[in-house]
Structure formats: structure tokens, C-alpha cells
Design a binder for this molecule. Sequence first.
Ligand code: NAP
Ligand code: HSE
Length: 430
Amino acid sequence: MEKTIKIGILGLGTVGTGVVKILKKNQEDIAKKVGAKIEVTKALVRSLDKERVLPKEMLTTNASDILDDPEIDIVVELMGGENPSRDYMVRALSNGKHLVTANKDVIAKYGKELFDIAEKNNLDVMFEASVGGGIPIIHPLKDCLIGNKIEEIMGIINGTTNYMLTKMTRENVDYQTVLAEAQAKGYAEADPTADVGGLDAARKIAILASIAYNSRITVDDVYVEGITKISPEDIANARELGYVIKLLGIAKEDPENGVEVRVHPTFIPNSHPIASVNDVFNAIFVTGDAVGNTMFYGRGAGELPTASAVIGDIMEVTRNIQHDVKARVLCTCYENKKICPIEESQSAFYVRLLVKDEPGVFAKIAGLLSEENISLNSVIQKRKVNNCAEIVFVTYTVKNAAIREALAKIEALPVVTEISNVIRVHEANE
Ligand code: NAP
Ligand code: HSE
């Protein structure tokens, strides 16, 4: 007789609704594929008055109706945020339930706690939707690419900021205008801080880096810069130099200094595949020592794309239950690697600054750069701004500490009015 796997959903918002829709629409196929019927028994919400995809009698505002129900096999957490989601996930696992979640906030900070309880209780924890929405990336890193030494992960892992930067690039609009438009379209949240400030991407790259480098990396280990300082001038300069600006999450390992994990706007050469990833799309570019370059592309958010990843996890847990192979891949962090301080990390830099328009200014700046052994790849003197000349230069690869030191000295020069922006550059041969 066909077995029924019972699931309880915590949160019936955008993603929870998508999960119920897919389970209903593809019910028969899903059952055939995993050899069991998957049935939602209850969903936790805050308000019982909203119109829902499930009948009212299947809703509850009391988490215990799901967490303490002995009939429920899998708890699917889709509420978001740290609290009370973290407590509910701990309770679900402690009560012997497998866990599927899309919650990057909790996984990036308290993943280890959840994996430890799951391991003790022989349970699965799946979180494919926590990074890249519908794009498969957690499973490829944990399974398909496991034989590789991962050389680098470089991802556009926040759709809101990619939409904003694409719009700024195509339409020459400023940051505030494009943010207001992204909010009006529902891409950016009412409080967009986590997206534009880079924290959302930081949580996601922390999760990917932990898996790729087999060492626990939390969101607090990630160096973060957001897109709030990107101006139409920077976008235009990037275009002139043959680049586009993207907010990237980057993880790589330096044998001496440890794992480098950072999120920041980056000049990407037009020729790089990630440069053509536009609008709300996400892409994760993974380089392995055996496979070479790979790119995972798709929708990083949205009701059905994100639910697609959640359903995949639910079906995998169901298969595992059917074959009695629980907790096959839980925590993969068997190393304890150090985190590379940002001062030790290396990249090329774009610098835009305003200087007094008089003879010898550039010679002084070049002298200070050369004191730090920084050589220049390109220099352009741009327009006049309030009687000052705008200078743009791009360095070759340098240590972060060296450029910081040089810029502090340059900023102190009486002929320098301001350093308007400093952005990392991904060199074409990197
Ligand atoms: P959402 O639309 O805001 O839905 C959240 C749901 O959780 C709502 O049904 C809400 O109830 C319920 N909820 C929240 N706090 C609760 C509490 N304290 N007690 C009971 N119920 C509570 O969120 P979402 O966009 O679906 O996101 C869910 C998760 O997926 C998050 O971790 C998010 O980061 C992740 N994710 C989302 C996307 C996306 O495209 N949206 C993409 C990737 C990952 P009410 O309906 O009654 O308010
Ligand atoms: N806020 C995220 C983004 C979607 O803009 O990509 C959820 O991960």
C-alpha cells in the first residue's frame, strides 16, 4: 500500500503558497516519483483572516499543532527571520521531524546547531531554497561537484540589487530613483536594507562557502559592502572601461591566509559570462579544479521558482524515508579554517576622485601609489565638477591594505577634494 508522508508548513506566504500549489498541481507525478503520497496536514500562519490556498480548518496560529503532532514526518519552515523560526526548527528536530527550510538567516548563523540536533536524532535538514531561490546550487556543491577542490565561487545572489544595477546601467537613472521603482514593483522590500546593504548576499555566500570549503563560515565572517554608493558616474565609467558593475558574493581559499568571503560591488569585464546576468536573475559561477568553470543561472526568488527548490527537498527527504537512509549528508564542515582578513585580500581597484585642476596633481597621486608598489592599469581625466577635475584610475592587483594606505595619504593631500568612490575590479584574466 502507498505510504503517506505528512508535512506541516510553518508560514503560508509567498513561498509556502507556491509549495502547496505545486503539491496540488503535480500530486500524482510526485507520488509516482517518490513512491509515496505527500500530504500537507497543517500550516502555521499569523492571521486566520487572509484568503489562503488551504481551507481554514487546515490553518493554525499555534506552532505546537505542528511541532508536537506525532503524525507529522517533515516540518517545512517558510516563515523567514531568526525568531521564532530558529526555536521552531530546533523543536521540530528535537521532536524527531525532518526539516526543510528556505531560511538563509538561520542557516547562515545557526546552521551548526540544527545539523548537530539532526545528526543526534538521525534526521535530514535540507535548505536548497536558502541560496539562489529556484537555482540548484547547494545540492551540486554537496554532491555533483564533491570531487573537486573548489577554486572560487562568484555569484550574483541578490535579485533586488541586480535589478537595480541593471536598470541604472540601461537607463542611466540614479540609485534613489531606481530603489523607489524596485519598491513600487515589489522587488525591493519596504525596508530594503538587507538587500542594498549586502547582508542578504552575505548570508548566502556564507552558506555556499561553508559547503565549498568544508569549514563553518557564518555571516559575521563575511566582509560586506552594499550598492548604496554606486552613482551614475561609476556606471558610465565602468561602461567606458569595458565593464559592468554587479554586486557579487565571492568565496575563495588562499593557502596562507585562509578562506576569503566577501560581498561588494565589482567591475566585471563585459566578456565574463556573469556580466550578462541581468534584471532579477541570479547566477553562481563555480570553478572547480577538475570541472573548470560552471555557471548556475535562474530565478533567485519568487513564489514558484523558490517553491520548486523546496519541493525538491521535500521529495528527497521522502525518498530517504522510503529507503531508510536518513541523515546521509548533514554538516560537511569537518575542517576549522581561518578567515582571511580583508586587509590581506587582493584585487584590482577602480578609484574616482575630485582634485584641484592645477599642474602636478597627478604626479603627486602617482608618487603616493608608487610608494605602496601600486601600478596603474588605466587613467582617465574626466569632466570638471565645481571647478575640480575628476580623475579615474584602475590599478593592477594589489593587497587591500596597500590601497587603503595609499588612499589615506592621497585623501590627505591639500589638492584632493574628495575620494568619490572605490570599487573592486575583477580582471579579465582572473
Ligand atoms: P512571507 O511571504 O513573508 O511569508 C511568511 C509567512 O510566515 C506568512 O504566512 C506569515 O503569516 C508566516 N509567519 C511569519 N511569522 C510568523 C510567526 N511568528 N508565527 C506564525 N506565522 C508567521 O515570506 P516568504 O517570502 O514566503 O519567505 C519565506 C522564506 O523563504 C524566508 O526565509 C525567505 O528568506 C525565503 N525565501 C523567499 C524567497 C521569495 O522569493 N519570497 C526566495 C528565497 C528564499 P501571515 O501570512 O499570517 O502573515
Ligand atoms: N531578497 C532576495 C533577493 C530574495 O532580492 O534576491 C530572497 O532571497
